[in-house]
Design a protein around this ligand. Structure first.
Ligand code: PLP
Length: 384
């Protein structure tokens, strides 16, 4: 069974059974790790296995993980990279020198910083816009004729929700490709390709792997014949940005529980968001699962099964109060990243002080621990 043959299967089944991957040589129900970097040819100089010539071009473990993601995303094809940023870079490298791109503002700071530097270097006109405002997106696209539109939803750490179908219409009207960073949602809670996006990107380091022990990134495409996709595929091969077999194997193992983890993380995050919304020390909670979040109705419409484990809140009393609370936390690790089974907290203003992040903002990546333990930790940290 491979999932392309079984489009009827649900995400839980696809994930748990790794899209049908087993080890045909041993009968193992789990695929083996294939560490070989090169593959033999026979006496007539034909490859013993035409799919495998040299590890940089491709490898079986990476193919397995890509098949799982392709099935979960409803994509035509997926390519895995050694990090999320390597996937972002692989896409932006297809933009011609001198072209223009439209990028959502106030997204993951690492993406913004890299794109700014890249566009400057390559003479690409970069237009940053609040893409959750479709009128603003439409105006800038009509004026600037971009080759590529980049959105991130839910956005990190502002938790803004952008209308993927609306953004796709706007991008396509001017002949642009719409790419979506869907890291915070994971392929379980959202499938942007089904909403009209051309390419979906993930930092697979996050929820997709889920155990904070693999660095990886992915791009999945709706139409594998798209010119841009051919360029990305060739460039990954020749420029050497393929994910290694051990990481791919770990990723496949992590994905077996992806739907289960996303469900539990979403449930815990919603409960914490509701708790924090009523807390006297808290100014604001940013979580799309809360009914008063400006993107709540849209998130309900374009996400399924939950709103994810990422949530931000602003502590009253600015940076000193936020840092005091963070310092007291005992269960939330003070660490960057998100999407792991263990909960993390981050004071983003310390990391990106000049980007408009409120000084009191704390970003939580909510894990799968017991909700009462997490609540109690926040309660004692906030002083109530
Ligand atoms: N996109 C988002 C939304 C992220 O949060 C991150 C990392 O934090 C990235 C992209 C970059 O991914 P990686 O750290 O795997 O390179």
């Amino acid at each position: 069974m491979t999932t392309p043959d079984r489009p009827d299967l649900s995400p839980a089944t696809i994930a748990a059974q790794a899209a049908g991957a087993t080890d045909a040589d041993t009968g193992g129900v789990v695929p083996a790790v294939h560490m070989a970097t090169t593959f033999a040819r026979d006496a007539d100089y034909a490859p013993l296995n035409a799919d495998n010539v040299y590890l940089r071009s491709h490898n079986e473990n990476t193919r397995v993980a890509e098949r799982v993601l392709t099935a979960l995303e409803g994509a035509a094809e997926t390519l895995l990279f050694p990090s999320g940023m390597a996937a972002v870079a692989a896409l932006f490298r297809t933009v011609p020198d001198g072209a223009s791109v439209v990028v959502q503002r106030q997204i993951y700071w690492g993406t913004t910083a890299w794109i700014r530097a890249f566009c400057t270097r390559r003479g690409i006109a970069l237009h940053e816009v609040e893409a959750s405002d479709l009128d603003a997106l439409s105006t800038v696209c009509a004026a600037e004729n971009p080759a590529l539109v980049w959105i991130e939803t839910p956005s990190n750490p502002w938790l803004r929700i952008t209308d993927v179908a609306g953004a796709a219409d706007i991008a396509h009207r001017v002949g642009a490709v719409l790419a979506v960073d869907s890291t915070a949602a994971s392929p379980v809670l959202s499938q942007p390709l089904g909403l009209g996006a051309d390419i979906v990107m993930h930092s697979a380091t996050k929820g997709i792997n889920g155990h904070s022990d693999v660095l990886a990134g992915s791009l999945s495409v709706r139409d594998a014949d798209h010119e841009i996709w051919q360029m990305i595929r060739t460039d990954r091969d020749t420029a050497g940005a393929v994910l290694g077999p051990m990481e791919a194997w770990l990723l496949t193992r992590g994905m077996r529980t992806l739907p289960l983890r996303m469900r539990e993380m979403s449930r815990n995050a919603l409960a914490l968001a509701e708790y924090l919304a009523d807390h006297p020390q808290v100014e604001t909670v940013l979580y799309p699962g809360l009914p008063d979040h400006p993107g709540h109705a849209l998130a309900q419409a374009q996400m399924t099964g939950g709103f994810g484990g990422l949530l931000s809140f602003v502590v009253k009393g600015e940076a000193p109060a936020a840092l005091r609370a963070v310092g007291r936390m005992q269960l939330f690790h003070r660490a960057t990243s998100l999407g792991g089974v263990e909960s993390l907290v981050e004071h983003r203003h310390t990391i990106e002080p000049h980007t408009g992040i409120p000084e009191g903002l704390l970003r939580l990546s909510v894990g799968i621990e017991d909700i009462e333990d997490l609540k109690a930790d926040l309660a004692q940290a906030l002083g109530q």
